[in-house]
Write a protein that binds this ligand. Structure first.
Ligand SMILES: [Zn+2]
Length: 84
């Protein structure tokens, strides 16, 4: 069970690392694609999986330490996975 959650955590963090590079900058354009935000990364994600899109949207609202903890939580025992 723990291995499955750990795998999910890794997948989620990797996905977030890619998607969160496509946030809008101050000029309203994607900071990576430089196209009007939301760029194709976000619109494709929303079209293909609304649940993952919402999760990524939630993560995009975090910054610094909060984001790091959300992406790389310290989970040691099975209990750490409670409530997921
Ligand atoms: Zn982009």
């Amino acid at each position: 069970m723990k291995a499955a959650y750990r795998s999910r955590d890794t997948w989620r963090a990797t996905f977030a690392e890619v998607v969160l590079q496509h946030e809008p900058g101050e000029d309203g354009a994607c900071i990576t694609c430089l196209r009007p935000a939301p760029c194709e990364i976000w619109t494709s994600l929303e079209d293909s999986n609304r649940g993952v899109f919402k999760e990524m949207e939630k993560l995009s609202g975090l910054d610094g330490r909060e984001l790091e903890l959300a992406l790389y939580p310290e989970r040691v025992t099975d209990r750490d996975f409670d409530g997921l």
